[in-house]
Ligand binder design. Structure first.
Ligand code: CTP
Length: 405
C-alpha cells in the first residue's frame, strides 16, 4: 500500500514544457510522488533526463520499452496513480483525448485510468480559439476532465493573447486540491446525485422571454459538494454565467419543458435529487415567430402553467431522496411545509429571500431545513457551499434511514 499520493505528470510538446519541471518540484514539496511521461514532441523541447533527475524515477517516453517488472506499463501506471496531470497540454493531445485515440503512452494512459484528470492547455491564441479545440475542451469537461485555464500574455509565437500555460503554482495548487478532495470524507460514494440549477427562460418571441431571478450558485454549490464527497453528479442547468464544477455531467437547458424532460429522463439513474432550479411557473401560451412590434399602451400575454417538475418527481420518486427549495418573501415555514407535502419531497430548503445575506447573486444564504418529522432546522448565515454540505448531510441521513442503516 502506498503511503503518499502519486501523480502522473504527462508533458506534451510545446515551448512551456520546461515549466513542467517547476510543477514537478512544487508537487514534490507537498510530499507528492511524481511519475513523468512524455510525448515524443515534448522530448524535442526538454530532455527526459531533467525529469528523471528531479522525480527520481525513470521517465516513460514510449509504449515499447519493456517494464522492469514485466507488467504492462500504461496499465501499471494507470492503477498506481491518484491523478493524471497533463501540463502543458497541446491542442493535439486534447484532440486525441477527446476522441479516445491511443497512439502513444500518454494517450493510452488517459484511456486506461479511472482517476481524476487535470489538463493545463498551452498553445497559440488562434489554436485555442479554434472551434475544434473549443469543442474538444467542452467534450473533455463534459466527461469530467478538469481544466486549468490558460492565462493571457506574450506567447512564444510572438503574439499576445490567451494560450499561455497557467502559472505552475496555480497548476500545482489545483492538483493538490483534487488530491485533498480524493482523501476527504467520501460519504456520498455510490450515490448518484441529480441537481437542477439556475432559472428557466420561457420565450415570448425571438428576442424576449419570461424568467426568474437566479444565479445558479446554490445548485452549482450542491453539485460541487456532492462531487467532493464522492458522488457521481449530473447537473441540469438553466442559463447562468458561472462555470460548472469540474467533474459533473452538465446538461444545459432553457425552458421549463426542457428542464422537465432532461430531469425526468435521468430520474431512474439518480439516488438523490436536489431541485434548486428557479423554474418558471407559467409560460406564454404561444410563442410569436417574429418579433412583436410595439402597439398600443398596454399588452397582455396569455400564460399557461408549466409542469411542476418537483411534484412530478415526487409522484414517481420510489426510494430516492428528494430535496426541494422554497424561496419565499412571506410565511416562510408554513409555505415550506405546504410544498413538502404537496410535492412529496423529503426535505425543503426554505429561505426568506428578503433576509440579509440571502440574496440571489451573493455567495451566502440563510435557510431552514424543513423535514417530515415537523422539524425546521434553522441554519445560521453561511456560504452557499457550506449550506450545500448541510443539505447533503440531511439527504445522506434520510437515505441511510430509508435503507435501514
Ligand atoms: N419547481 C419545479 N417546477 C416548477 C416550479 C417549481 O420543480 N414548475 C420546484 C423548484 O425547483 C423548487 C420548488 O419546486 O424546488 C419550489 O419552487 P417555488 O417556485 O418556490 O414553488 P411553487 O410550487 O412554484 O410555488 P409558488 O411559486 O406559488 O411559491
Amino acid at each position: 500500500m502506498r503511503d503518499r499520493a502519486c501523480v502522473a505528470l504527462a508533458v506534451t510538446g510545446c515551448i512551456g514544457a520546461y515549466k513542467a519541471a517547476e510543477i514537478l518540484r512544487l508537487l514534490q514539496q507537498s510530499g507528492i510522488d511524481v511519475r513523468v511521461a512524455m510525448t515524443e514532441s515534448a522530448q524535442r523541447f526538454v530532455g527526459p533526463v531533467t525529469f528523471e533527475g528531479l522525480s527520481g524515477h525513470p521517465v516513460v517516453t514510449t509504449m515499447w520499452e519493456p517494464s522492469a517488472t514485466g507488467a504492462i506499463r500504461h496499465i501499471e501506471l494507470a492503477q498506481s496513480i491518484d491523478l493524471l496531470l497533463v501540463a502543458p497540454a497541446t491542442a493535439n493531445i486534447l484532440a486525441k483525448f477527446a476522441n479516445g485515440i491511443c497512439d502513444d503512452f500518454v494517450t493510452t494512459l488517459y484511456v486506461s485510468t479511472t482517476v481524476p484528470v487535470l489538463v493545463a492547455p498551452a498553445m497559440n491564441v488562434e489554436m485555442l480559439r479554434h472551434p475544434a479545440t473549443r469543442e474538444n475542451l467542452s467534450r473533455l469537461v463534459a466527461r469530467g476532465v478538469q481544466i486549468v485555464e490558460p492565462g493571457s500574455g506574450y506567447l512564444a509565437c510572438g503574439m499576445t493573447g490567451e494560450g499561455r500555460l497557467a502559472d505552475p503554482r496555480e497548476i500545482a495548487d489545483r492538483a493538490l486540491a483534487i488530491l485533498d478532495r480524493c482523501s476527504a470524507r467520501l460519504d456520498l460514494a455510490g450515490h448518484r446525485v441529480l441537481v437542477t440549477a439556475g432559472p428557466t427562460r420561457e420565450p415570448i418571441d425571438p428576442v424576449r422571454f419570461v424568467t426568474n431571478r437566479s444565479s445558479g450558485r446554490m445548485g452549482y454549490a450542491v453539485a460541487e459538494a456532492a462531487l467532493a464527497r464522492g458522488a457521481d453528479v449530473t447537473l441540469v442547468s438553466g442559463p447562468v454565467s458561472i462555470d460548472p464544477p469540474g467533474g459533473a455531467r452538465i446538461v444545459r437547458v432553457e425552458t421549463a419543458a426542457e428542464m422537465a424532460a432532461a430531469t425526468l429522463e435521468r430520474l431512474e439513474w439518480a439516488t438523490i435529487v436536489v431541485k434548486s432550479a428557479a423554474v418558471a411557473d407559467y409560460r406564454p401560451v404561444s410563442v410569436a415567430e417574429r418579433k412583436i412590434k410595439k402597439a398600443g399602451d398596454a399588452m397582455t400575454i396569455e400564460m399557461e402553467k408549466t409542469e411542476d417538475i418537483l411534484a412530478s418527481i415526487g409522484r414517481r420518486k420510489g426510494s430516492r431522496v428528494l430535496v426541494g427549495f422554497a424561496a419565499e418573501t412571506d410565511d416562510l415555514l408554513a409555505n415550506a411545509r405546504k410544498k413538502l407535502e404537496a410535492k412529496n419531497a423529503d426535505l425543503i430548503v426554505a429561505n426568506d429571500v428578503t433576509a440579509e445575506g440571502a440574496g440571489f447573486d451573493g455567495d451566502t444564504n440563510v435557510a431552514y431545513l424543513v423535514g417530515h418529522d415537523g422539524r425546521a432546522d434553522e441554519l445560521p448565515l453561511m456560504t452557499k457551499r457550506q449550506l450545500a454540505d448541510r443539505i447533503l448531510d440531511a439527504a445522506v441521513e434520510i437515505a441511510a434511514v430509508r435503507a435501514g442503516r
